[in-house]
Design a protein around this ligand. Structure first.
Ligand SMILES: O=C(O)CCC(=O)C(=O)O
Length: 297
């Protein structure tokens, strides 16, 4: 860590209650996470992206990937204080952006069947039965007061199941949560959670942003590498979180220049003090969740 560089404290993340709820349900709802002005601005950005896309058809689902690079005004979301602290709590110093998307779901557009995100034949849960290997953050930008508005639907608690009887169907299942939330809501999903999408029989075009995060050594979903000219426009944390490396092994062993990604928000330190004889980039640093769950000695 050079004396001349200033590093950011990790922004706020999960409260203990939020973490418990997230791990119980595989899903967390945070209303009023965005102000009306912030919602309006993101909607304008989405509308602009659609209007400038020759492939955009207002009667069909629109869901481009890698929006942070494709539409550079979305790059601020890579490390936005509104959500990145939650991700750092879980993935710590090896945090990576897995995918970024904007979605527009108009009346009668396509809608997804039940599925989990992540690996299929050998799901993440085989190796990590509890901890999420991906977390999806969603910003909901249109009011969704009723069902059948293209709502996101999930089965709370299903992140512990590798099988789901309704896989690949649109079945409405007892116990499912049909997300009916006001605009400005942020949700976090443990990506093992089984989910589907309601049809949209309304005149409201559902608009939202999805950003999923994972450990740096899980493959990214919407790119192989980022354009170096675009990376040069980002701040340090954004550039690191994109994890655009020349060699595959750097995903597991990132270069020394990328540590610390964030300083511990409580201690202000780059390390938790254990193993200080080892160089920072080679040393384990406890995640916030690990620290919280450590049994007192
Ligand atoms: O549009 C949605 O609400 C969910 C989309 C979805 O199923 C997914 O991105 O995996």
């Amino acid at each position: 860590m050079s004396d001349t560089e200033t590093y950011r404290l990790a922004p706020p993340g999960f409260s203990e209650e939020q973490w418990d709820q997230f791990m119980e349900d595989g899903f967390l709802v945070i209303e009023n996470a965005l102000s009306d002005d912030e919602v309006d601005r993101y909607v304008e950005m989405i509308d602009r992206a659609a209007a400038n896309d020759p492939k955009y058809d207002p009667s069909k689902h629109f869901g481009p990937n890698n929006i942070v690079e494709r539409y550079p005004e979305f790059a601020e979301l890579i490390d936005h204080d509104r959500h990145v602290g939650y991700m750092h709590d879980v993935y710590g110093e090896l945090l990576k952006l897995h995918i970024s998307q904007i979605f527009m779901r108009p009346r009668d557009g396509s809608h997804n069947m039940w599925h989990p995100d992540g690996a299929r034949a050998v799901p993440y849960g085989v190796f990590a039965p509890e901890m999420p290997m991906q977390i999806k953050v969603s910003y909901w930008l249109t009011d969704l007061p009723e069902a059948e508005m293209g709502n996101f639907v999930c089965m709370p608690g299903s992140h512990r199941q590798q099988y789901f009887d309704h896989y690949d169907t649109h079945d409405s299942v007892p116990g499912e949560l049909i997300l009916k939330v006001p605009k400005g809501t942020m949700t976090l999903m443990h990506c093992n959670t089984w989910h589907r999408v309601e049809p949209n029989h309304s005149d409201v075009v559902r608009k939202n942003i999805f950003l999923a995060y994972c450990p740096s050594w899980v493959c990214e979903a919407d790119r192989y590498k980022s354009d170096p000219n675009w990376l040069a426009t980002l701040n340090r944390e954004q550039r690191i979180i994109m994890r655009s490396y020349d060699g595959g092994y750097a995903r597991t062993k990132p270069p020394a220049s990328e540590f610390p990604l964030f300083l511990d928000r409580e201690t202000g330190e780059a390390s938790d003090g254990v193993g200080s004889e080892v160089a920072l980039h080679r040393r384990k640093r406890l995640t916030t969740i690990e620290k919280r769950e450590q049994v007192p000695a």
